[in-house]
Unconditional design. Structure first.
Lengths: 274, 274
C-alpha cells in the first residue's frame, strides 16, 4: 500500500487537540474517520506532534497508508470534503513506507502570538494571548536568545510529564519586530491612520525552531518571556531558570490559543522508494 | 450632555449587521443596550455607515451623547465590559455636539479580501472570499483603477435601492500586491517553506476610498473585478459597465464576509467646542 505524507492546517479553537481522546473531537480522529470512509477499513494516522486543545497548526504533518489507488491531489480533495472548514489538508505526497512524521522529523517550528494593547482585537481573539500594559520587547528578545543551543529544558516542561530525557536543542528562538505591517497596507496607507489601518502593530510574534519540544515547553517559555517583558524578572533570569531544571522557577504557562505549529522539517528527500 | 465619537472594530460573522433590526442581533443594538445600562436612559447611537450581515469593521465610527460624567477611557472600558469579544471599542473622544458620524464623513475606506488558492485557509475562512483558479491580477489592478474619479455608480448598486443620486467619487481603488508578507516572517523565514510559513501569499486585498458608497457597491465592484481576473471580461468592460448604469451588466455581488469597513475620515478637528 502506498504511504502518504499530508500537511494539515487547522484552527484548533473547537478541538481537544491533534490526538484522539476519550472525550471531545480531535483532529486526528476526524482525519482517520474520513480515511476509513474512503478506504473501507481502519486507517491509522500518525502525526508529527501532539498539539494541545486550542492550539493551531499552519503545517502539521501526518502520514498513513491506504489501499485504494488515489493520487495525492485526489487524497487532498477527498479528505477536505469530509472536514469542517477549520481543518484543511494543504498538500499530500507519496513517501517511502518507512516514513514516520514524528520519529523522522529533523526540526519543528512553533509560533506564539501576543496581542500587546489595552483593547483586544476581535480578529485575533482566538489567535493571540492578550497581554496589555508596557512590555520591554528588547529585554524579551535578549531573553529569547538565551534559550538557543542544547540545554536541559526540564524547567520548561509541564509537571507530571515522563520522557526519557529533557535535553533538547533550540536552533532559533526569536521575537519578531513589532508592526507586522503588510506590504499591501504600507503601499496604500494614509499616514494618519496607522493605528486602525495597521492593527497588527500590537501583535508580537515569538518563533522557535528546535529538534523537539517537551510538553507545554513553548507556552512556558512564552510565559517566562512575558515575565521579563513586564520587568518582573531580569533578562539573565532565563539562564538561571534553565540551569535550575525546576518547573516552579519558570513563568506561568501561556494559554494555548496563541500557539501555532508552523512547520515540521525532514532530512533529505521523502520521495517514495528513495 | 457631552457627545462622544467612538471607533469600533467588530467581527461581523455572527451579527445581522451594524443597524438595529427586527430579527437578529445588530452591533448598534448591543452598544445602545450597553449605554442604556450605563446612563439609565435610552441613548441613540448613530453610525457612520451600515455594514450588512457578515461584514466586518476595523474602524467603524459612531456617536452618542450621555448624561453621566465619564471620560473617554472610562467609556471605552464600560462599553467593552458589556460587549462580546467579537466587538471592541478601540477609542473614544469628546466631540462637538453637532458631530454626525454619517453626514459629517469626508471619506470612507473599505477593504475586501480574496483567498486565491485551491484550498481555503482555516484562518481566513471568515475573512476572505475563496476564489480558486488562476486570476490575472494585473488585469484586475488595471480594471480597479478605472473606477477612480467621479462617476454614476448606478450599475454597482443593489437592486431595489432608492437614493437621491447614484453619483459618487472614488479617490483610490487599488488591488494590493500579493504576498502580504510580514516583516517578522521575512526576517525568520527559511526559504524552502514559503508556502506554509507565508500562507498570506494567497491573500489578495482590494482597497477602495470614496466620498460615499451605494448599497453593496464594494461587493459588486469586487464581483466584477473577479470577472476580469478570471478572463471572462476584458479590462475595458468595467468602463462600459459604469457607463451603462445597469446593475444587470455588472458582475455578481461578492459575499459579505470578505468585506471590512477600514476607516471613516472627517474634515479638520473634531474637538468638543471647536
Amino acid at each position: 500500500m502506498p504511504t502518504f505524507k499530508i500537511t494539515v492546517a487547522y484552527d484548533g479553537s473547537d478541538y481537544v487537540g491533534w490526538q484522539r481522546q476519550a472525550n471531545g473531537v480531535a483532529i486526528q480522529a476526524l482525519i482517520e474517520d474520513a480515511l476509513r470512509d474512503l478506504d473501507g477499513r481502519d486507517v491509522p494516522v500518525a502525526g508529527a506532534g501532539r498539539t494541545d486543545a486550542g492550539v493551531h497548526a499552519l503545517g502539521q504533518v501526518a502520514a498513513f497508508s491506504i489501499a485504494r489507488p488515489l493520487g495525492p491531489d485526489a487524497i487532498v480533495r477527498a479528505i477536505n470534503a469530509s472536514m469542517p472548514p477549520a481543518i484543511r489538508v494543504l498538500a499530500a505526497e507519496e513517501v517511502a513506507p518507512a516514513f514516520h512524521p514524528r520519529f523522522g522529523a529533523r526540526q519543528k517550528t512553533y509560533r506564539y502570538q501576543l496581542w500587546n494593547a489595552d483593547v483586544m482585537s476581535p480578529f485575533e481573539r482566538a489567535y493571540a494571548w492578550h497581554v496589555p500594559g508596557p512590555l520591554d520587547v528588547e529585554a524579551m528578545r535578549a531573553a529569547a536568545r538565551l534559550l538557543e543551543g542544547r540545554h536541559d529544558f526540564a524547567a520548561f516542561q509541564a509537571t507530571g510529564s515522563s520522557v526519557s530525557t529533557t535535553e533538547r536543542e533550540i536552533f532559533a528562538s526569536r521575537i519578531a519586530d513589532r508592526g507586522l505591517r503588510t506590504a499591501a497596507e504600507s503601499a496604500i496607507e494614509l499616514p494618519t491612520q496607522s493605528a486602525i489601518r495597521n492593527p497588527q502593530s500590537a501583535l508580537l510574534s515569538y518563533e522557535v525552531t528546535g529538534s523537539g519540544f517537551l510538553r507545554h515547553m513553548v507556552r512556558i517559555i512564552v510565559g517566562s518571556l512575558v515575565e521579563v517583558g513586564r520587568g518582573r524578572q531580569p533578562v539573565d533570569w532565563i539562564g538561571a531558570v534553565i540551569a535550575g531544571c525546576d518547573r516552579t522557577r519558570a513563568g506561568p504557562t501561556a494559554p494555548p490559543h496563541g500557539l501555532f505549529l508552523v512547520t515540521v522539517d525532514y532530512p533529505g528527500s521523502l520521495a517514495a522508494g528513495s
